[in-house]
Design a protein around this ligand. Structure first.
Ligand code: 5GP
Ligand code: ZN
Length: 130
């Protein structure tokens, strides 16, 4: 019984390590170590304003699970991906955005190694800074 408890504790530790990454800035936001004002927060996803906006509306939609990039998405991440689009859908509807873009950066275009969708709207988008 004790062994099983120990095994479960170890397993939980491994899972938590797998779910978030220690040095990842978005994981720190998700764990509350860096404060943000959430726009929407659900069980699987958090959305907040980009700190360095390139458009009047620049929102980051981020899965709470540490998925590195589009290139590393697996079938088991399906719920997170669906939820990201569901959050985008809610923001677009609530704000009645008449024109918007959803962007994923990858490879050398991606600066934070934790999957995120940029929701951009309003006026001119400064693509060269994204
Ligand atoms: P990427 O180039 O990886 O697609 O975009 C990362 C985005 O995260 C950038 O637009 C950058 O401004 C934003 N960002 C980086 N660090 C922080 C932070 O600590 N807080 C917020 N709100 N946004 C951040
Ligand atoms: Zn992360």
């Amino acid at each position: 019984m004790l062994n099983k408890a120990k095994w479960l504790a170890k397993e939980a530790g491994l899972r938590i390590k797998y779910m978030t990454s220690k040095d990842c800035i978005f994981c720190k936001i998700i764990k509350g170590e860096i404060k943000v004002e959430p726009i929407i927060e659900s069980k699987l996803v958090i959305a907040f304003n980009d700190t360095n906006p390139v458009a009047a509306t620049h929102i980051l939609i981020v899965p709470k699970k540490h998925i590195e990039s589009v290139a590393t998405i697996e079938d088991s991440d399906a719920d997170e991906i669906i939820e990201m689009f569901s959050v985008a859908n809610k923001i677009v509807r609530e704000r009645k955005l008449s024109a918007y873009r959803l962007t994923f950066n990858g490879g050398s275009y991606q600066h934070v190694g934790h999957l995120h969708m940029h929701l951009l709207a309003g006026g001119k988008i400064e693509w060269s800074r994204l």
